[in-house]
Design a protein around this ligand. Structure first.
Ligand code: AKG
Ligand code: FE2
Length: 337
């Protein structure tokens, strides 16, 4: 059950390096406790081979490209002559909603050998697009592969924690459509009515006037693994509606449950609402350029059937679920389905 909390729990996952999930009942129970209460946690001592400096350098290499070069990779909703609709670049959209000021670049599985047989307009299995000269490509592909492996270990632990076999969610890995997203939130000028300068979390949204760069939302899929730079701004909503800061912790990854996994768990896991405050001009690794974050959304394959472990509720085909959700995402609203 969702609870109130003052900070996010920190989970040491060093045992994942050398032990199979079946031999980690304590870690499995710890994850169960966290995902049934806060729905959000920090993971430390994780097995990824890239440190934060290396990782944010990859994102900075992308965002420091000229806008024209980034727009070459624009999703078709922003650059109609392009065929990529699901992968690629989306620019900041200042007029679309000032609480969503961010640009992003998304990649799917590194392998581009699969082609879709879908008749839908948006091909969820479309290949990645890349800048012409881009040193970080191989590293980002490697990061994707490592995050996918980490997410699949976490899923085994979650299956065990729900009293199920460790391989219960293996079908999610078949043609998985996970997305690695580079995000840049540019610095926003404080407006006279907003409390952009406040570093603290705040009380329920109805009485706050906070300048945001990412609106309150829950993630729609299974599991998110997020790298954030030291700029700060991520806040997580507890059961009383208070916004709790989730500041940068060196070396950590933030993990949270998405709507589908909450459903799969029969409502036991919590998909917790979160938001990002607009960055100010004077902090962050980007030298005052704003916030950089790198979420990885673990997602099943397009045809994967998702159902509750309790056997109740309707089963959902993942591709149908994601297409329905897309209509509410700011970076897809210009796309017709
Ligand atoms: O930038 C962040 O820290 C959060 C991003 C996020 O919540 C998302 O992209 O779903
Ligand atoms: Fe999110």
């Amino acid at each position: 059950m969702a609870t109130t909390f003052a900070s996010l729990p920190i989970i040491d996952v060093s045992s994942l390096q050398d032990q199979p999930p079946q031999e980690l009942p304590e870690l499995s129970q710890r994850l169960y406790h966290v995902f049934t209460t806060t729905g959000f946690a920090y993971l430390v001592n994780h097995p990824l081979s890239f440190n934060h400096d290396e990782l944010f350098a990859m994102a900075r290499e992308f965002f420091s490209l000229a806008l024209e070069e980034k727009m070459q990779l624009g999703k078709t909703s922003f650059r109609p002559q392009n065929s990529n609709a699901y992968r690629g670049y989306f620019p900041t959209q200042p007029l679309e909603g000032s609480d969503n000021l961010k640009e992003g670049f998304e990649i799917g599985p590194p392998s581009t050998s699969r082609t879709s047989t879908s008749s839908h307009q948006i091909n969820l299995s479309e290949p990645n697009v890349w800048p012409t000269r881009f040193h970080s490509r191989r590293n980002l592909e490697q990061l994707y592969t490592e995050l996918q492996a980490l997410a699949s270990k976490l899923l085994s632990l979650l299956a065990l924690s729900l009293g199920q076999p460790a391989d219960l969610f293996d079908s999610y890995l078949v043609d998985s459509l996970s997305t690695l997203r580079l995000l840049h939130y540019p610095v926003v000028e404080p407006s006279p009515n907003s409390d952009v300068d406040s570093a603290l979390g705040s009380s329920p949204d109805s009485i706050s006037n906070v300048k945001l760069s990412c609106n309150p939302h829950t993630d729609s899929g299974i599991l998110t693994l997020l790298h954030q730079d030291p700029t700060g701004g991520l806040e997580v909503r507890d059961a009383s509606g208070n916004w709790i800061p989730a500041p940068y912790i060196p070396g950590s990854l933030v993990v949270n449950i998405g709507d589908l996994m909450a459903k799969v768990s029969g409502g036991r896991f919590v998909a917790t609402m979160h938001r990002v405050r607009a960055p100010q001009g004077h902090s962050g690794t980007a030298g005052g350029l704003g916030r950089i974050s790198v979420p990885f959304f673990f997602e099943p394959g397009e045809r994967c059937l998702i159902r509750s472990v309790n056997g109740d509720g309707d089963a959902v085909v993942y591709g149908d679920h994601v297409r329905a959700k897309m209509q509410t995402w700011v970076e897809y609203q210009a796309v017709e389905s």
